[in-house]
Ligand binder design. Structure first.
Ligand code: GLU
Length: 290
């Protein structure tokens, strides 16, 4: 039997809170229970928001919690070449095109369309790409890029679906509506997703898929807020010829008002709780683990 490989993949853009503790401990417990390995990945692609002190705090807080991981830690910012190579493979299949609208222009286009009918939103609530950059000629694209225009590199969803065919994934946890077992993927709900930008060489979706494959991850255990993103991940895996991990999306830890925890909320930050004398064992109980 192949040894299971799990990963915890936080972004160093703030301090860890109870939600991260739950995710990391659940990964640890599941890895231990199955005789598996646990890897740590630092998802620091967003250079504007990630800080070295948050990364240092992640190591410290996880060690305090009793989470152990294998070296080396994979830091996404050190692997931009791998993401670029994956993007080039999609490009070679005619699946990537640049769009040049600013965020304000996109908002204006959406407002214009919405005067006629509601415009579709993605599962995160953002409007689907309303522009028609796909129709620009190669010469027009080259001209804009040469002139220094900012751009987003998008996946041509219709073509991608035509190449990939029907997709599903195998889930051991429960999705937001209780989904479990074999889940039919619906990447079309995301429209022409952005996979990179002029200034950011990869999106979360592309980096996570490339890294899960390069690290040999067999089990992805993460919050159910990423349940619908899995559709895009499966599509990219199939297009890039990468293996499919099993997915386990877990419940989110909510605050007293039922809201998702934020990295800036002091009340549930692991550092604050530790300073108040809360023990790692009590953190486990707080998040509902044995
Ligand atoms: N880096 C993501 C986060 O901190 C997690 C990505 C994943 O587990 O797929 O929310």
């Amino acid at each position: 039997m192949v040894q299971p490989v799990f990963r915890f993949a936080p972004s160093p853009n703030g301090y860890l809170h109870l939600g991260h503790a739950f995710s990391a401990l659940l990964n640890l417990d599941m890895a231990r229970a199955s005789g598996g390995r646990l890897l740590l990945r630092i998802e620091d692609i967003d250079r504007a928001r990630c800080r070295p002190q948050f990364e240092a705090a992640i190591f410290e807080d996880l060690a305090w919690l009793g989470v152990t991981w294998e070296a080396p830690v994979r830091r996404q910012s050190e692997h931009l070449e791998a993401y670029r190579a994956a993007l080039e493979r999609l490009e070679a299949r005619g699946l990537i095109y640049p769009s040049f609208e600013t965020r304000a222009e996109i908002a204006r286009l959406v407002a214009e369309r919405e005067r006629r009918a509601p415009w579709p939103r993605d599962p995160d609530g953002a409007p689907l790409y309303p522009g028609d950059a796909k129709r620009l000629s190669l010469a027009e694209r080259a001209e804009k890029i040469a002139a220094g225009a900012p751009f987003a590199l998008r996946l041509d969803m219709r073509r991608a679906l035509a190449q990939a065919g029907a997709l599903d994934w195998s889930a051991t946890g429960r999705g937001p509506a209780g989904e479990t077992g074999t889940i039919a993927a619906a990447p079309q709900a995301w429209g022409d997703v952005v996979l990179a930008r002029k200034v950011t060489p990869t999106s979360y979706h592309l980096a996570v898929v490339v890294d899960d494959a390069l690290q040999g991850i067999t089990h992805v255990v993460r919050g159910e807020d990423l349940f619908w993103s899995t559709s895009v991940h499966r599509l990219l895996q199939v297009l890039l010829g990468l293996p499919a991990p099993t997915y386990h999306h877990h419940r989110l830890i909510l605050d007293a008002d039922g809201n998702k925890l934020s990295k800036s909320t002091q009340a549930t930050g692991l550092r604050e709780l530790r300073a108040q004398g809360v023990t790692p064992g009590e953190i486990r109980k707080l998040v509902g683990l044995q």
